[in-house]
Design a protein around this ligand. Structure first.
Ligand SMILES: *[C@@H]1O[C@H](CO)[C@@H](O)[C@H](O)[C@H]1NC(C)=O
Ligand SMILES: *[C@@H]1O[C@H](CO)[C@@H](O)[C@H](O)[C@H]1NC(C)=O
Length: 242
């Protein structure tokens, strides 16, 4: 009887001990515990319901959370407010394909941590998650002290507020405009263009770009040829040995 009481007392002690330690490891520091969740951060900040909805529908929220929590990558987000989205020309967002919405959001994500002052150290154009050629997704930054201006060639914006920063890995800044990349919002040829033949010519000129790509492919295929040749040589050697 006595030993039963003793052993249950021990069991309680042990379970107390374990729940204590596990609580300790689960809550490092005073900051809200658990993995960083970009949508939770934006939700708490208010005025980002459109951005949150888009992050979820494109699942970019998962990618950002994974990069932060699993890959330990630094990330800076330029977060357009609800007002910024409502200032777009009516129907703009609805006219985009899912792919374009995804790229538009990626364009607002810089794959490194940047404090306000670190924007000074960037060289233009700044690489965003939208990547692509700089002609399609250029994001340029000019700074003066802690003032940071951003231009895409179509949108001029200023970093308004720091929404969130953990000072090492994630920074979220408010922008009052949706940053429109040329690759998605390039204006169609101005209707007042005098000579249609001229604008035709202009439209043809990007044909130079694909030639660059085909060069790349030919380099690649000659690489494959080399590999094939190497394999053939190896096979020949093996055959002659056996
Ligand atoms: C940023 O933009 C504002 C408003 O357009 C302008 O007055 C300011 O000079 C710009 N600052 C920099 C550093 O480009
Ligand atoms: C961005 O900066 C690059 C390099 O300075 C420049 O070539 C390009 O024209 C700029 N683009 C815009 C939209 O300001």
């Amino acid at each position: 009887m006595g030993s039963l009481v003793l052993s249950s007392f021990l069991a309680i002690l042990i379970s107390l001990h374990f729940s204590r330690t596990s609580a300790q490891t689960a809550a490092p520091g005073p900051a809200p515990s658990g993995p960083t969740d970009i949508t939770a951060i934006l939700k708490k900040a208010g005025q980002y319901t459109t951005l949150i909805r888009l992050l979820k529908s494109t699942q970019l929220d998962d990618q950002i959370n994974n990069a932060l929590n699993k890959e330990n990558q630094g990330i800076t987000i330029l977060a357009p407010t609800d007002k910024a989205f409502s200032n777009l020309k009516a129907g703009t967002m609805n006219s985009l394909t899912e792919q374009q919405k995804f790229q538009l959001l990626q364009f607002h994500v810089i794959p490194s941590f940047l404090s306000v002052l670190q924007f000074q150290t960037l060289s233009n154009p700044v690489r965003t998650e939208a990547g692509g050629s700089n002609r399609e997704f250029p994001l340029n930054v000019t700074t003066s002290g802690s003032q940071v201006n951003i231009t895409t060639g179509l949108t001029d914006a200023t970093l308004a507020n720091t929404v969130y920063t953990d000072n090492t890995q994630l920074a979220v800044y408010q922008v009052d405009q949706v940053l429109r990349p040329l690759g998605i919002f390039r204006p169609s040829a101005p209707p007042a263009a005098p000579a249609p033949s001229k604008s035709k010519k202009k439209a043809d000129s990007p044909a130079e770009a694909p030639s660059g790509t085909s060069e790349e492919t030919s380099v690649k295929s000659s690489g494959t040829l080399l590999v094939n040749f190497g394999v053939a040589l190896l096979a020949a050697t093996l055959l002659s040995v056996s």
